[in-house]
Ligand binder design. Structure first.
Ligand SMILES: [Zn+2]
Length: 129
């Protein structure tokens, strides 16, 4: 099962908005720290998701930061595809719904303020294993 969404820049009236809002009322594009924390000690009975987030950053992200993401475990990876200032964050998470897995992954970016100062989520995908 794959859930995917592409977000218009800042368009919160998109019909997908409600579907991509986590139980804490946070849109996945904003990220959710409670979802991120919940995924650090998940119920092993919950389904496992592969979450993918494409985002843009107004500034380059240092190579060291890109590499440090791997140390967080949970198969987190932050890559820079060929387009400048476009980044791809991937990670695994156990969550009841795909939206929570993605909101938690973006929540990781919120937790990484200082390394990733600002970002705009443009596309997300959650694939249930
Ligand atoms: Zn949440």
């Amino acid at each position: 099962m794959v859930e995917t969404a592409i977000f218009g820049m800042g368009d919160q009236s998109h019909p997908e908005t409600a579907r991509w809002t986590c139980p804490h009322g946070r849109h996945v594009g904003q990220g959710c720290v409670p979802c991120y924390r919940a995924a650090t000690a998940p119920d092993p009975a919950l389904p496992l998701w592969a979450a993918v987030v494409w985002f843009t950053s107004p500034r380059p992200i240092p190579i060291k930061v890109l590499h440090d993401v791997h140390r967080h475990g949970r198969h987190f990876a932050l890559d820079q595809p060929s387009t400048p200032l476009v980044f791809l964050l991937t990670g695994q998470a156990r969550a009841a719904e795909g939206v929570e897995a993605v909101a938690g992954l973006v929540g990781f970016l919120l937790q990484s303020r200082g390394a990733v100062d600002d970002f705009t989520v443009t596309e997300v995908r959650a694939t249930r294993y």
